[in-house]
Design a binder for this molecule. Structure first.
Ligand SMILES: [Ca+2]
Length: 528
C-alpha cells in the first residue's frame, strides 16, 4: 500500500500543487515499484485549513486537485494496472464551511443543530466553557459562537467542528457518502482518527493525570465499536472492499487499543494503524518486543499492517537523529517492513530515502506549525514535493512548489537513486510478489533480538524464507545457522564470498552467518 500525499506527488498543470492528473502520469512508476494499492490523502473540496482534512463537500473533488472526471480516469487507469485506490475519509469532523455546519450554527432551532456538539456556557455563566476538554494540540476545544451564544466542540482546529455521531442522521449521511464512492468503484477507505468519533454522552470532564491516559471521555467510547460493525456490513455489501482505521494515540502507540477496533477479526475494521512500530527505538530487541506484542494483541483471524512514516509523524530516515548510516538503516527498515507478516504501508518518497526537510518560518503551511512556532514547527517537513529528478523543483513542477523542495534533491531522486534505497525497495517488493511465504506466510521468530540481530522466518506451504536483520553498526554473527539455505537478497547488494555471494550461493551446513553493519538478508531454506 502506497500513501500519496496528493499536494506533493506530481503537479501536472504547473501551479505548484500536486494533483490527480499528476498521479495519473506517475502510475507507471508505481507499477514499476510494485505497488498494489494507493491510499490517497483527502482530495475533496476543502478550504484547506488542515490541508484537506477539513472537508466542505464529501462528494466532490477540490479544484486544486482536478475534476471528478480526472478522478474517474485515475480510478480506471489504476484498476487497469491492478492498483486499488483507498480514499481518505474524515468522519469525526467537517469543515466549518460545510453546508451542514453553516445550517447548524444558523439557529438553535436548525434541523441540523444536533448534527454537531453544541453546549451552552457552563452554569449559564458567560465565558465558562462546558467542560475541560482540550484539542489535540493542547488548546481549549470549545469555541463560542456569538450568534446563538453557545459553544461547539472541535477536537482539532476550530475550523473543524466535530460531528455528533449520537445523532442517527449523521451516520446515515456519512454512510450515504461512503456508498457514493463505493458505487463509483473505489476499493475502500482509510478512516481518519476513527477512535475519536464518539464522546462521553454526558461530556464529563477529563481527569488531570500527570502520567497515563488523561483523555478518557472524548475518545474510545464503546459506541464506536457498534458503529464499526455497521460500517463493516456496509463494506461487505460490496465485493473486495477494505477499511483501515487510524487509531489516534500519543507515542509510543497502543497495540491493544488498536487491535480492539478489529473486533473479532472479521466484523469491524479490516486493518488498523498502531503507531508503535514507527516509534520503536533502533534496537533489534525493541523491534521484537513491539512486533510480537502487536501480533499477540490482534485477533487470530485479523490481518496485521505496518508503517514507518506518515504525513503527521514525519519520515523515518531522520527520526531519532539517525545521521550515521542513515541510508543503510533506511534499507534495513525497508527489509523489516516488507518481510513482516502484514500489509506494509509505504509513505511516498520513503522509497527513495527522502528526509524531513527543515521549513523556514515564512514557508510554513501547516496551521499547527504557524500556531505553535517555534515550539513545534508543524508537519510540513514530511510533506515536501516528491523528488522525481535533478531538474528544477526536482521535476515535481515547473513552478515554485507550495512547499520548498529538499535541498538534497540533486542526489536523492527517482532518476538518480544515489543511495540505492529505491533499488532496495523494488528488489524487496519484487521478492514479495514472487514468494507466497512473504505475502501470506506465518511468521516464526528465531530469537528476541539478541546480539542486535532480529531473526525470523516466513512459512507458507512448502516454502520457508528466513530473514536476518543486523541493527548494529558493527559486523555481527548470527550463530543459529541453517542446514542449507540459498541467499536471495542482501540490503548491501552483494555478499562477502566467505558466506556465499548473492544471489545464488548456498550456505555450508550449519555455518554461522556473519552480517555486516546494518545488513539485512533473506534466505530460502532448501528442502531435500
Ligand atoms: Ca497542480
Amino acid at each position: 500500500m502506497y500513501h500519496i500525499y496528493t499536494a506533493s506527488f506530481k503537479d501536472s498543470n504547473n501551479d505548484g500543487i500536486g494533483d490527480i492528473p499528476g498521479i495519473l502520469k506517475k502510475l507507471d512508476y508505481l507499477t514499476g515499484l510494485g505497488v498494489d494499492a494507493i491510499w490517497l490523502s483527502p482530495v475533496y473540496a476543502s478550504p484547506m485549513v488542515d490541508l484537506g482534512y477539513d472537508i466542505a463537500d464529501y462528494k466532490s473533488i477540490d479544484d486544486q486537485y482536478g475534476t471528478m472526471d480526472d478522478f474517474r480516469e485515475l480510478l480506471a487507469e489504476a484498476h487497469k494496472r491492478g492498483i486499488r485506490i483507498l480514499m481518505d475519509l474524515a468522519l469525526n469532523h467537517t469543515s466549518e464551511l460545510h453546508p451542514w455546519f453553516l445550517e447548524s450554527r444558523s439557529s438553535k432551532n436548525s434541523p441540523k443543530r444536533d448534527w454537531y456538539i453544541w453546549m451552552p456556557p457552563k452554569d449559564g455563566q458567560k465565558g465558562k466553557k462546558p467542560n475541560n476538554w482540550r484539542t489535540n494540540f493542547g488548546r481549549k476545544a470549545w469555541r463560542y459562537d456569538h450568534k446563538t451564544k453557545e459553544y461547539y466542540y472541535h477536537s482539532f482546529f476550530r475550523e473543524q467542528p466535530d460531528l455528533n455521531w449520537r445523532n442517527p442522521e449523521v451516520k446515515e449521511a456519512m454512510f450515504d457518502i461512503m456508498r457514493y464512492w463505493l458505487d463509483m468503484g473505489i476499493d475502500g477507505f482509510r478512516l481518519d482518527v476513527i477512535n475519536l468519533l464518539y464522546k462521553d454522552a454526558e461530556l464529563k470532564n477529563n481527569e488531570f493525570r500527570l502520567f497515563g491516559k488523561s483523555k478518557i471521555y472524548n475518545r474510545n467510547q464503546p459506541e464506536v465499536y457498534e458503529l464499526l460493525r455497521d460500517l463493516r456490513k456496509l463494506l461487505d455489501g460490496y465485493p473486495e472492499k477494505a477499511s483501515v482505521g487510524e487509531i489516534y494515540v500519543v507515542p509510543p502507540g497502543d497495540p491493544a487499543l488498536a487491535a480492539s477496533f478489529l473486533g473479532g477479526g472479521a466484523d469491524m475494521l479490516h486493518l488498523v494503524f498502531d503507531f508503535s512500530l514507527a516509534f520503536t527505538l533502533w534496537k533489534a530487541s525493541s523491534y521484537y518486543k513491539t512486533i510480537a506484542e502487536y501480533y499477540r494483541k490482534i485477533p487470530e483471524s485479523a490481518w496485521p499492517c505496518f508503517f514507518l512514516s506518515n504525513h503527521d509523524i514525519g519520515r523515518s530516515v531522520k527520526r531519532l537523529f539517525w545521521e550515521r548510516g542513515k541510508y543503510a538503516k533506511a534499507k534495513l527498515r525497508a527489509a523489516l517492513l516488507l518481510t513482516l507478516k502484514g500489509t506494509p504501508f509505504i509513505y511516498y518518497g520513503d522509497e527513495i530515502g527522502m528526509e524531513n526537510v527543515p521549513i523556514p518560518k515564512r514557508h510554513i503551511r501547516d496551521l499547527y506549525g504557524r500556531l505553535l512556532y517555534p515550539f513545534f514547527k508543524g508537519r510540513d517537513r514530511a510533506r515536501t514535493p516528491m523528488q522525481w529528478s535533478d531538474k528544477p523543483h526536482a521535476g515535481f513542477s515547473k513552478q515554485t512548489p507550495w512547499l520548498p523542495v529538499s535541498e538534497k534533491y540533486m542526489s536523492i531522486n527517482v532518476k538518480k537513486d544515489g543511495a540505492s534505497v529505491l533499488h532496495t525497495y523494488k528488489a524487496l517488493l519484487s521478492l514479495r510478489k514472487k514468494h507466497k511465504a512473504l505475502q501470506k506466510g506465518d511468521i516464526v521468530f528465531f530469537n528476541k533480538g539478541e546480539n542486535n540481530i532480529l531473526a525470523y522466518s516466513r512459512q507458507c506451504e512448502q516454502e520457508e524464507l528466513i530473514v536476518l536483520l543486523n541493527f548494529s553498526g558493527r559486523k555481527k554473527t548470527y550463530a543459529g545457522g541453517f542446514d542449507t539455505a540459498k541467499i536471495l537478497f542482501s540490503t548491501h547488494g552483494t555478499r562477502n564470498p566467505t558466506v556465499g555471494s548473492c544471489p545464488s550461493a548456498s550456505l555450508p551446513s550449519r555455518a554461522p552467518m556473519t552480517l555486516r553493519a546494518f545488513e539485512g538478508i533473506i534466505l530460502k531454506r532448501q528442502t531435500a
